[in-house]
Write a protein that binds this ligand. Structure first.
Ligand SMILES: Cc1cc2nc3c(=O)[nH]c(=O)nc-3n(C[C@H](O)[C@H](O)[C@H](O)COP(=O)(O)OP(=O)(O)OC[C@H]3O[C@@H](n4cnc5c(N)ncnc54)[C@H](O)[C@@H]3O)c2cc1C
Length: 365
């Protein structure tokens, strides 16, 4: 991935080497370290929000994308997913859409690692179809009364707060949903145990709410605009997921090139690796086009969906090839090959599945 600010790239690399090298590149990386302390250390090194708008950074989206690309490029698995979800999905959502009071109260804690954020949309019976969510928020004199379940959400096993999409009207109209900042310690909110997963262990979790009351001021954005806000936010999220996919694919294809050089079936495998390398080059070029469009304020829903779809296909092919070329080793629990095939499955869903990307593209034809 291209970056103009080489000093930033070097500082980031040094930071990763110093703080995260014990977690690369094999299954050990799946052991989740404290995201609270990693955020604190990234902030202390002035690397957390360097690409955010002033006064937090210099408004260079490439720096934020490069952060997530670099973590993924070094096979940092769960650590990378959790940091990306906290910084550029959850906390950035608060900065972009929260009221000045909510920002004053929560942003400083989020930027020092004292509060970790999630973005909670998915439920046991509603993922792709967000208009089917059952989590409700009803207005009362005391505040918003919350009821329902969110599950399969990054960071929720240890998050301190979440931006939660809730139904505020029984109809399926796009204006029936609103976004709320929900402190997880609220009475009536119960944190579910981390969901057992094939990759990203300890990252995904849920909450259930039973008559939990949050302040009226915890509405994020206009009443009834939650789904619209999230649709726009998801377009940006897909750019970040794509940066992660680019990072992991780059790592995998470098591994495959090394593997092929030392393999007795070198000639046959080299053709397949060359094919993957070409796909990576095409994905990289399209990624650059999309980042440029984002910088101009012109990234379309179609392009962000197509980019994510392209990354997802490449990552699945590259991880399957690594598993295949590892022979029986590729079938062993805990090996890098298995880890990457399962990570590829997870990233294909995060930010919307491949079928949903196709339907977004199809709707624009
Ligand atoms: C690693 C990871 C991190 C995640 N992090 C978060 C998070 O932080 N916050 C959050 O809210 N969620 C998160 N999710 C959940 C993710 O957003 C959902 O898994 C995703 O939206 C799909 O929803 P679902 O799992 O309910 O599957 P479903 O929606 O039930 O889909 C199952 C299958 O049916 C297909 N399908 C569904 N609808 C259609 C349709 N209309 N046309 C054709 N095919 C269709 C899908 O493509 C998919 O293949 C995460 C998931 C993963 C794996």
């Amino acid at each position: 991935m291209k970056i103009q600010d080489h000093a930033f790239a070097a500082d980031l690399q040094n930071w990763i080497n110093e703080h995260l090298s014990p977690y690369t590149p094999t299954s050990k990386a799946e052991k989740l370290v404290s995201i609270h302390s990693l955020v604190r250390e990234l902030a202390q090194s002035n690397l957390l929000t360097r690409g955010w708008p002033a006064p937090y950074g210099d408004n260079d989206i490439r720096k934020q994308l490069y952060l997530h690309f670099s973590l993924a490029r070094q096979a940092l698995g769960a650590v990378g997913l959790c940091l990306a979800s906290h910084i550029d999905i959850g906390t950035r959502g608060l900065l972009d859409k929260g009221s000045p009071e909510l920002i004053d109260k929560w942003l400083p804690k989020a930027l020092t690692g004292d509060a970790i954020f999630s973005l909670a949309m998915t439920e046991p019976d509603a993922g792709s179809d967000l208009q089917g969510i059952q989590f409700t928020a009803n207005k009362s004199e005391e505040g918003w009364i919350l009821n329902g379940v969110k599950r399969g959400i990054t960071n929720l096993p240890f998050a301190d707060a979440a931006l939660v999409l809730a139904r505020t009207n029984p109809s399926r109209s796009p204006f029936s949903y609103s976004l709320f900042l929900v402190p997880i310690e609220t009475a009536g909110i119960t944190r579910e145990q981390a969901v057992p997963t094939l990759a990203y262990h300890g990252c995904l979790g849920g909450i259930s709410a039973k008559d939990a009351v949050i302040p009226l001021d915890n509405l994020v954005g206009p009443f009834g605009a939650g789904l619209m806000l999230l649709m726009k936010h998801l377009e940006t999220e897909r750019l970040f997921v794509s940066a992660r996919m680019l990072g992991i694919s780059t790592y995998l294809i470098e591994e495959l090139i090394l593997h092929t050089r030392n393999s007795p079936q070198c000639a046959l495998q080299a053709d397949n690796v060359a094919r993957l390398k070409m796909q990576l080059m095409a994905f990289e070029a399209y990624f650059e086009t999309c980042v440029n469009a984002f910088e101009e304020g012109e990234l379309s829903a179609k392009d962000s969906a197509a980019l994510k779809y392209m990354g997802s296909s490449l990552l699945k092919s590259a991880s399957n090839t690594l598993a295949d070329y590892s022979g029986a080793q590729g079938y062993l629990r805990g090996t890098p090959a298995i880890r990457f095939t399962t990570e590829a499955m997870g990233l294909a869903l995060a930010g919307g599945s491949e079928e949903i990307m196709l339907s977004i593209i199809g709707n624009t034809l």
